[in-house]
Design a protein around this ligand. Structure first.
Ligand SMILES: Cc1cc2nc3c(=O)[nH]c(=O)nc-3n(C[C@H](O)[C@H](O)[C@H](O)COP(=O)(O)OP(=O)(O)OC[C@H]3O[C@@H](n4cnc5c(N)ncnc54)[C@H](O)[C@@H]3O)c2cc1C
Length: 531
C-alpha cells in the first residue's frame, strides 16, 4: 500500500470547528488536512468526553481492561483503509495502520470452527436450517427496492421459524440485529456483506486490528493530527448551533456550549466550516464491576441533546427520537474479561479447536441473553503481560432473565455474567476456579443498537442538511445511500463526504459495494442459502 500524499495547496483562509472527537470527527480532521489542504492549527476538535468516542479501551492487568465495543473490519472497508493508509502505526512509523492491520490479518486470520455452541457442544453448520419459504423471503428482501420497505421491522418480513435458523443466529449475533430492527438496514447489510455468505461460519474474511481500536487506530490518528497542529478541547459539551441567513440558506455563526458546567460561546467567522457528529451509540454508557451491575444512565448525554435541539428548530435535521426514544429496545450489555492465567482460554481453545484470537465469534445457541464472545490474540493492549488474557462479549437480549442466573443481564454484575456463561457451556462445577482467575467488567450501552431502529426517509438528515451553507453532520445517523451503520466505515464515509462537499472538491469516492451488481458473489451466496 502506498501512503497518501498530503494536499500541496494549503488553504489558510479556512477554519474548521469539529464537534465530536470520535472516528467521524477525527477522520474529518485528517481529510481536511490531507485532502483539503486546511492547515492543522486552523482545525479545532471539540469533545464532551474522551477522544476516540466509541473506539475506547482502557485499564490494566490489575484493575481489569475494558472496552465498550470490539471491531471487525473487512474488504468492504475501502474508505477506512484509505484513511488508515495515511497514518503511521503505533509501533512502527514506517508502516501505516492499514498495512499493519493487513499484515496482522495475513499472519493471524480468523478461522472459526465453533461459530455456534449449544450446551457445550459445537453445532454442525453444514445446513443453515432454512425452509423454502424462508429462502424465498430472504431473496425477496434483497431484491425489492429499499423504498418499498419504509419503516418496516425485520420480523414483519419473515415467519417466526426464520429466527430459529442457524443463519439468523450467526447473522443477527455477528452484526447485532434484533427482530424489531429496521428491515431496510438488514437489506443493506445482506447486499453489502454478500461476500460473507460462503464464509459466514468460518468468518475467515473478517479482519481486525493488531490491538484494540483505541491503541491501534485512535492513538496513531491523534499523534498524526497533533503533529500537524490540530487543536483539541475535551470537556466541552456543545449544546446548540446558532444560524444566520447566508446565500439563500443559513450558516452557523455561533456554537453554544458548556465548559465545566459554565455556558460559553464560540464565534464562527464567515468562511469557517462546522462539522458535527450527531447522536452516539455509546452515549450515557456506564461500567459495572465484578460485584456490581453498570449504573442506570442519568441522562442521554450531549450528542443526543444537541441533535434534539437542532431537530426541534428545523425538520432538515431529521427525527432523533426515532433512534433514541425507546431505550428498552436499544440497550445492550457488553463485557470485557481479563484473565490472570489461561484456565478459561485453554478450555475454549480445546472446545473450539482454534488458538486464542483465531477462532472468531462464539455464540451460545439457546442462551436467553443471546450471549456471544471472542478471545483476543495476546496482547490486545500494548504492554499486556504474557500471563494475562483478554476476551470480550455481549448479550443481545439484556432485558431477559438468564437461564441460570434468574435476572436480566442489565442487572447483573461481572461475576453473575460469568456464572451464566460458564453454565451455558456446562462448566458449572468449575465456576469457583474459573471465577478466581477472571475479572469481568460489564458495560451498559443504553443506545447500543439505536442506529438499527426502524426508520423512514427523512428520519436521518443528509450529510449537508438541506438549506445550510457551512455545516455538515457526520457519524452513524446521517443518510448515506446504500451504506451500512454500526460500522467504522460509515462514520469515515460521512467524514469524507462532509469534507469534499464543504470544500467543493470533486467526489472521487469509490462506489459502495452493492451485492446485486456482482453476479459471482450472488451465485455463491445463493448456493449457500440453498444448502
Ligand atoms: C459494542 C460495539 C461493537 C461494535 N462493533 C463494530 C465492528 O465490529 N465493526 C465496526 O466497523 N464498527 C463497530 N462498531 C461501531 C463503531 O465503533 C462506531 O460506528 C463508530 O466508532 C462511531 O464513531 P462516531 O465518531 O461516528 O461516533 P462516536 O464514537 O459515538 O463518537 C461521537 C463523539 O462525539 C462526541 N459528541 C457528540 N456530540 C457532542 C456534543 N454535542 N458536544 C461535544 N461532544 C459531542 C461524543 O462524546 C463522542 O465522543 C461497534 C460499536 C459498538 C458500541
Amino acid at each position: 500500500m502506498t501512503p497518501h500524499s498530503e494536499s500541496p495547496h494549503e488553504r489558510h483562509d479556512i477554519k474548521a470547528h469539529i464537534v465530536g472527537g470520535g472516528i467521524a470527527g477525527l477522520a474529518s480532521a485528517v481529510f481536511l488536512v490531507r485532502d483539503g489542504g486546511v492547515p492543522g492549527p486552523n482545525i479545532r476538535v471539540i469533545e464532551a468526553a474522551q477522544l476516540g468516542g466509541s473506539l475506547d479501551a482502557a485499564g490494566s492487568p490489575e484493575q481489569g481492561y475494558s472496552m465498550r465495543g470490539t471491531r471487525m473490519f473487512g474488504p468492504a472497508y475501502v474508505l477506512t483503509y484509505d484513511l488508515l493508509d495515511s497514518i503511521p502505526s503505533l509501533d512502527d512509523p514506517a508502516k501505516s495502520v492499514a498495512q499493519d492491520t493487513f499484515e496482522f490479518w495475513q499472519a493471524q486470520p480468523w478461522y472459526d470452527k465453533a461459530r455456534l455452541v449449544e450446551q457445550g457442544r459445537v453445532v454442525d453448520l453444514s445446513s443453515w436450517g432454512f425452509r423454502n419459504r424462508e429462502r424465498a423471503d430472504l431473496a425477496k428482501l434483497m431484491l425489492q427496492p429499499e423504498d418499498a420497505l419504509g419503516a418496516r421491522r425485520i420480523d414483519e418480513c419473515f415467519e417466526p421459524h426464520f429466527f430459529e435458523s442457524n443463519f439468523w443466529l450467526m447473522w443477527g449475533s455477528m452484526f447485532g440485529f434484533e427482530t424489531w430492527h429496521s428491515a431496510a438496514e438488514l437489506r443493506r447489510y445482506l447486499l453489502r456483506f454478500l461476500r460473507l455468505f460462503p464464509d459466514l461460519e468460518t468468518m475467515q474474511i473478517i479482519q481486525s486490528t493488531r490491538y484494540n481500536g483505541h491503541d491501534a487506530i485512535v492513538r496513531p490518528m491523534l499523534r498524526w493530527l497533533e503533529a500537524r497542529g490540530v487543536q483539541f478541547e475535551t470537556g466541552l459539551e456543545v449544546t446548540d448551533l446558532h444560524f444566520e441567513p447566508h446565500e439563500g440558506g443559513q450558516a452557523v455563526r455561533r456554537i453554544a456550549g458548556k465548559r465545566a458546567g459554565m455556558a460559553c460561546e464560540i464565534d464562527v467567522a464567515p468562511g469557517d466550516l462546522v462539522i458535527v457528529t450527531l447522536g452516539s451509540m455509546t452515549a450515557a454508557s456506564g461500567l459495572g464491576s465484578m460485584t456490581a451491575p453498570p449504573p442506570a444512565p442519568a441522562r442521554s448525554g450531549a450528542a443526543w441533546a444537541l441533535w434534539q435541539r437542532l431537530a426541534a428548530k428545523d425538520p432538515a435535521f431529521g427525527r432523533p427520537s426515532v433512534f433514541c426514544g425507546d431505550v428498552e429496545r436499544t440497550r445492550w450489555v457488553t463485557f470485557t474479561v481479563t484473565e490472570r492465567g489461561d484456565g478459561f482460554i485453554h478450555r475454549i481453545e480445546q472446545l473450539s479447536g482454534s488458538p486464542a484470537g483465531r477462532g472468531g465469534l462464539v455464540t451460545l445457541k439457546g442462551s436467553a441473553w443471546g450471549l456471544t464472545f471472542h478471545l483476543y490474540p495476546s496482547p490486545a493492549f500494548p504492554g499486556q503481560p504474557a500471563d494475562c488474557f483478554v476476551w470480550w462479549g455481549y448479550g443481545l437480549f439484556a432485558d431477559r432473565p438468564g437461564d441460570f442466573v434468574a435476572r436480566p443481564m442489565v442487572d447483573c454484575s461481572g461475576a453473575e455474567i460469568l456464572h451464566e456463561l460458564y453454565a451455558q457451556l456446562g462448566w458449572q462445577d468449575d465456576t469457583p476456579a474459573l471465577l478466581a482467575q477472571a475479572h469481568c467488567i460489564p458495560c451498559l450501552l443504553p443506545y447500543g443498537t439505536s442506529q438499527f431502529m426502524p426508520r423512514a426517509p427523512g428520519d436521518r438528515p443528509a450529510v449537508i442538511p438541506a438549506g445550510t451553507t457551512n455545516l455538515a453532520v457526520v457519524g452513524q445517523y446521517c443518510e448515506i445511500a446504500d451504506d451500512v451503520v454500526f460500522t467504522v466505515e460509515y462514520s469515515v464515509h460521512s467524514a469524507r463526504l462532509a469534507v469534499t462537499s464543504l470544500l467543493g472538491m470533486p467526489h472521487t469516492l469509490p462506489p459502495t459495494y452493492r451485492g446485486l451488481e456482482h453476479p459471482n458473489a450472488l451465485v455463491d451466496a445463493l448456493r449457500r442459502v440453498l444448502a
